[in-house]
Design a protein around this ligand. Structure first.
Ligand code: DX5
Ligand code: ZN
Length: 234
C-alpha cells in the first residue's frame, strides 16, 4: 500500500510521570511529538479512571502542540464542550458511547474541534459508512481500551488495511480536499511501527514505548526512521 501522507507521532501521556507532567510534556514536544494524546477514562466504559478537563486545561497552558483527546467515557456528549473549552483540538469518541453518533460529531464540530471515531478491536468498520464526510480522524484500537502497556493485537493489521482502503476509495470518489487521518492506538513501538505504517496508518499513538524509554527523542526519531524505511520499500 502506498502511503504518501505525512506520519504523525502522537505520544499518549497516560504513561508519563504525572508527578512532573509539565516537564514530560516539554520533553516529548521537544522530541518532536506532533500531537499530545490525552486518554480520558471514566471507570464505566473502561475499567480505569484517568484524566479530566482540568488536566487538559493545565496541559493547554504549557504547550501549543495540538491536544488529541481520546474519550473512553459513557455519556460522551456531556463532556465534549468541557474538553473543547479546556483546549482540545481533536476529540475522538467510541461510537458505543453515543446514542446518536451524528449528533455527537456535530457537537464536536460546533465546539470547533476536529472529530474522530475510535473503533475497538471487535467494533466493525461499518460505523464509518455514513459519517466519512464529517469525521477527520479514524482511530483503530489495536488493544482493548483501558490501559497503557498492552501488546499490539496482530489482527489489527488487516483492519488498518481495510480502513485505509475505505478512506482512499471515499477520498477518490468524492474528490475531497479533506484527508482523513488513520490513527492507530495501543502497543505501538519501534519494532512494529513500520508494519503498521505499511498497512496504511498515518498517525501513531504511543505511550509506554516512548515514556518508558530513556531518551524520548531517540525513540521518536527511530519511529520516524522505521516509517521512512517502510515508505521506501514501496
Ligand atoms: C488505551 C489508550 C492508549 C494507550 C497507549 O486505552 O487509548 O492510548 O495509552 O499506550 P501504549 O502505547 O502503552 O499501548
Ligand atoms: Zn488512546
Amino acid at each position: 500500500m502506498i502511503i504518501n501522507k505525512p506520519a504523525l507521532i502522537t505520544p499518549s501521556i497516560l504513561s508519563a510521570n504525572f508527578a512532573k507532567l509539565g516537564e514530560e510534556i516539554k520533553q516529548v514536544t521537544n522530541a518532536g511529538a506532533d500531537w499530545i494524546h490525552i486518554d480520558v477514562m471514566d471507570n464505566h466504559y473502561v475499567p480505569n479512571l484517568t484524566i479530566g478537563p482540568m488536566i487538559c486545561k493545565t496541559v493547554r497552558a504549557i504547550t501549543t502542540t495540538p491536544l488529541d483527546v481520546h474519550l473512553m467515557v459513557e455519556n460522551v456528549d456531556s463532556l465534549i464542550p468541557e474538553f473543547a473549552k479546556s483546549g482540545a483540538d481533536i476529540i475522538t469518541f467510541h461510537p458505543e458511547t453515543s446514542k446518536h453518533i451524528d449528533r455527537t460529531i456535530s457537537l464536536i464540530k460546533e465546539s470547533k474541534c476536529k472529530a474522530g471515531i475510535a473503533l475497538n478491536p471487535t467494533t466493525g468498520l461499518h460505523y464509518l459508512d455514513y459519517v466519512m464526510d464529517k469525521i477527520d480522524v479514524i482511530l483503530i484500537m489495536s488493544v482493548n481500551p483501558g490501559f497503557g502497556g498492552q501488546t499490539f493485537l496482530p489482527i489489527s493489521i488487516s483492519k488498518i488495511i481495510e480502513a485505509r482502503r475505505k478512506i482512499d476509495i471515499w477520498e477518490n470518489n468524492t474528490k475531497t480536499k479533506k484527508s482523513i487521518i488513520l490513527q492507530v492506538d495501543g502497543g505501538v513501538n519501534v519494532n512494529n511501527i513500520s508494519k503498521i505504517r505499511s498497512a496504511g496508518a498515518n498517525a501513531f499513538v504511543s505511550g509506554s514505548a516512548i515514556f518508558e524509554s530513556i531518551n524520548y527523542k531517540e525513540t521518536i526519531d527511530t519511529m520516524r526512521t522505521e516509517i521512512t524505511k517502510s515508505d521506501n520499500l514501496k
